[in-house]
Design a protein around this ligand. Structure first.
Ligand code: PLP
Length: 374
């Protein structure tokens, strides 16, 4: 994945009509209110100063007000919520805050690479748990050996899920919270896709589950639901002592997200539900257009109820990296192979709904040609 930007550049220079449905980074413009607020904030010299860990109080307050409005979760914006330079940064640093060398972190595969990376950078040991269609892509703590659970300090969960698009039933989340309490585990609940949901499904915050505040730190992001990936803004929510530990680590490595971006984020969060539902409707149109096209081209897919991803099984024995390479080099389509999300994710590839419908259909037809000749 790290090499992809350079390969893409080379192919474009060679004149290839590339369709990039790899990264989860949609082409929709950012919210108008964000652009206006940023433009305004840039005129204020105070916005060019260090944010420090406090950041812009108005952003903290707007994010906390959204948590209350949207999930019924009441948090202190200054003690139980912390601004992040995108949620990736916070997820990586939570591992440093929670794990000591030799501790175990439970990492879902497939999963966002930072769970594994943050664990390794903290000198801790990842325990890889395979999410498969057989377990509805749910990580069941009961299925983990007792000696691993004894050494484990942290577990990562992400629903709605990247890349499988799976969602977590409430009873499942209740089971997870109970198990985290029993085994004294911190739950890193990664929730950047909570507003990209379809067909009446509404994704919860983990803090809607009783007892979650004892164990969980939840991560939110403006990248996906609000199409502001490059702005680098998100936040973490959790018990005051865990948020303080995260802030302490961050204090050594960053000096806060650009204040003008936080000012824009505050305006977005004030209207979050309206803005996000507009984007979700557009992702749904893309999802509804690509599913029949995928089926017509030989791919078997279930309709995702959330996220901007379609997670597609490959025929038995076809290596996902080989399929991705052919897709890229023979027909100019960038996808992500299951193997990029860990060996346990072999047998699938991911398409992101990040380009307009005609390009999605074109990509699907090109991929169908590859499938027909492998
Ligand atoms: C599951 C998941 N978590 C977190 C992130 C990070 O988002 P950001 O750092 O842009 O907020 C991503 C981005 O792809 C993701 O897929």
């Amino acid at each position: 994945m790290a090499e992809l930007p350079a390969i893409k550049r080379r192919l474009i220079e060679q004149g290839v009509d590339l369709i990039d449905v790899g990264a989860g980074d949609a082409d929709f413009p950012p919210p108008e209110v964000a652009v206006k607020a940023l433009t305004r904030a840039l005129q204020d010299p105070a916005m060019s100063r260090y944010a420090f860990q406090l950041g812009l109080p108005a952003f903290r307050e707007a994010a906390a007000a959204y948590m209350q409005r949207r999930f019924g979760v009441s948090v202190d914006p200054f003690k139980e919520l912390h601004p992040l330079l995108g949620s990736k940064e916070g997820i990586a640093h939570l591992a440093t805050a929670v794990l000591n060398p030799g501790d175990v972190a439970i990492v879902p595969v497939p999963g966002y690479a930072v769970y594994h990376g943050g664990t390794v950078l903290a000198d801790a040991e990842p325990y890889l748990y395979n999410l498969t269609p057989r377990n509805d892509f749910l990580l069941e703590l009961d299925g983990i050996p007792a000696d691993v659970l004894k050494r484990a300090k942290l577990v990562y969960l992400n629903y709605p899920n990247n890349p499988t698009a799976a969602v977590a039933p409430r009873e499942y989340l209740e089971r997870v919270i109970a198990a985290c309490r029993t085994h004294d585990l911190v739950l890193a609940y990664d929730n950047p896709y909570c507003e990209i949901t379809f067909d009446g499904y509404v994704a919860p915050s983990i803090f809607e589950i009783p007892g979650a505040m004892d164990v969980a730190v939840e991560f939110h992001s403006l990248s996906k639901s609000f199409c502001m990936a490059g702005w680098r803004l998100g936040w973490a929510v959790g018990r005051a002592d865990r948020i303080a530990a995260l802030a302490r680590v961050k204090n050594y490595v960053d000096t806060g997200a650009f204040l003008a971006v936080q000012a824009a984020g505050a305006e977005v969060m004030k209207q979050a539900e309206r803005i996000a539902s507009g984007y979700a409707a557009q992702f749904k149109e893309r999802r509804d257009a690509i599913l029949p096209a995928l089926r017509a081209n030989g791919f078997e897919v279930e309709p995702p109820r959330a996220t901007l991803y379609v997670w597609i099984p490959l025929p038995d024995g076809l290596a996902s990296a080989a399929f991705q390479k052919r897709a890229l080099e023979d027909v100019g389509v960038v996808t992500l192979p299951g193997s990029a999300f860990g060996a346990g994710a072999e047998g699938f590839f991911r398409i992101a709904l990040t380009v307009p419908i005609p390009r999605l259909i074109e990509a699907t037809e090109r991929l169908g040609k590859v499938l027909a000749t492998v």
